[in-house]
Design a protein around this ligand. Sequence first.
Ligand code: F3S
Length: 753
Amino acid sequence: LDRKVHQNIHEANNFINYKKMSENLAIVRQRLNRPLTFAEKILYSHLDDPHGQEIERGVSYLKLRPDRVACQDATAQMALLQFMSAGMPSVANPTTVHCDHLIEAQVGGAKDLARAEEINKEVYDFLATSCAKYDIGFWKPGSGIIHQILLENYAFPGGLLIGTDSHTPNAGGLGMCAIGVGGADAVDVMANLPWELKAPKVIGVKLTGQLSGWTAPKDIILKVAGILTVKGGTGAIVEYHGPGTDTLSATGMGTICNMGAEIGATTSLFPFNDRMHDFLAATKRKDIGDFARAYAKDLREDEGAEYDQLIELNLSELEPHINGPFTPDLATPISKFSAATKANNWPEELKVGLIGSCTNSSYEDMSRAASIARDALNHGLKAKSLFTVTPGSEQVRATIERDGQLATLEEFGGLVLANACGPCIGQWDRKDVKKGEANSIISSYNRNFTGRNDANPATHAFVTSPDLVVAMTIAGSLHFNPLTDKLTGADGKEFLLQPPTGAGLPSKGYDPGANTYQAPPADRSAVSVAVSPTSDRLQLLEPFKPWNGKDADDIPILIKAQGKTTTDHISMAGPWLKYRGHLDNISNNMLIGAINEANGEANKVKNFTTGEWDAVPATARDYKKKGIPWVVIGDWNYGEGSSREHAALEPRHLGGLAIITRSFARIHETNLKKQGMLPLTFINPEDYDKIRPDDKVDLKCTELAVGKPFTMVVHPKNGEAFEVKLAHTYNAPQIEWFKNGSALNTMAKANKA
Ligand code: F3S
């Protein structure tokens, strides 16, 4: 039981610590004295303090020690820039970076990849050199999509991983608790701080029976999404269990966990089983599978484990489903889909079918898809709609090239795209319809919100299994049901498509394909990180200045934001994504979506020094230039939405001191603290109404102490000054973040000491 088993085949010094995990679990078991779910076992075995940690599902905040961190290229930029400013020589926990989001699908795999390498050269160079410098595994563009690479290389049963991408839960297919986070959380773990997570509730999904015919693993999550809806999993881990789990392949289970993100779940999980062992063995990790067998009791739920909610699904009765358009929880069984199309007036012609992505691009998926395509070809038919194929990894691409599925899909009419996100994240130079033209597309992806794939709000995007994508593509119509409807072959004879078949794993083993991994060099002292000072996409971060030790008197309100102020209002996405690695440039979007109470308009505030109305970022820059700190007044649940750390970095960069609201979204509040901003709330929420946008305020920063209220004096433009009491949630170590200017400064200081 006390073996030294590597976490993966790439890293010589990182091992799986089942013994320690089991010991931690024994401590918690003694304390809780009740049967545990598998999700709980993984989390509690990774507690920073198993003896002292308070544990109540849905209530306590767990301090955890993840085994690994993974970042994709869009989110890795700011995470690495921040990590660099902590001044540590290397990451404290195993980390990888994956280049997959920045490759646009235009004409096909190799050419698109070459184009992306040229356009994004400075970003890739920065990521490659900073990974080499700080001991991070780097997966080059073309290697594949982060979640497939993780499943094929890094996921292991019972492990805890955080990843800066919402579909990180894909690794649940190998029994890993894999959670999507923001960049600031990734930086904490890279720098060896414990990571905080509100103890999730656990939703059990009990699977019985067995899939057959046209029903695929994807249909399980399509059905569950229909039951739970896009909000139903919030704050919970979805834990599959029951005899049906043993009938699914590891990659199929990965698909189900991946799309759990669409119901807002923290993550999804399957218990360790023989199918996972098979996949580990096929991907050169049989030793991990054997080790997991030795700890199998810890790697599944206890008998009698209690779930906060329980759903039961009989796989033998499950129908294939198609979800959408515009939302992933609108689930329609195939038998009712034609009628739904008619009733809702969805465009009947199917313009494009797309298979692959991080959700559905395994060897099994591609083999089943190819079997349907071959059946059509045998009857002289090809894809009627446009058809694209996105392999999830170079390994899968090379293997299906060797084994013939790729040639079949191409013969069928498929355009093979780069091993990357492509159309799934809107990196799609779509030419077949004009913007604004109503049309239907169907994919094996996970997300189908308005405009996600092609930025056309009139595109009706549906998600389903790769099997149904291929079948519907042959007919070119939303009315086609391959289970009941016949097609007419080239010989004029009618025929019914055969249900898909395909091996779960390649019988000849995987072909790794081109070598796309860059291991960090043993001697990293000479590596220098490539950031051009003239770049408009990347900028090294200057540490923020420490607090000056004084109260801030008579400072302006930059904006009094009215109503909903989400992270999208604070730091918009869309075209601004390009500047994710350049704090000064991206700060030009700061709060441009927030509504100013003074005029009911967005991005128009009065500069009190000039009396002019100007854009929010421009006004903040002017104050900063003049050495005037400022505050923002906000409404309820300020900063809800995503964990985007830019929403906290930008106000800090442009000279903000405090954000004062009726309440905060918790992650944003923590992010503000981490960047050295003061998040404060009105003790009496009505005080929000007493403040006018052109008032000035005194902030008594010297009063900041754990559990004590904080005084603000408001100076109305005309009228008597009055006092307002503010609350905060700082604990003692967090107060040091404020004093030192940021959490990273605090870490850097500790590292120097
Ligand atoms: Fe990429 Fe789409 Fe997955 S964007 S990581 S392929 S959800």
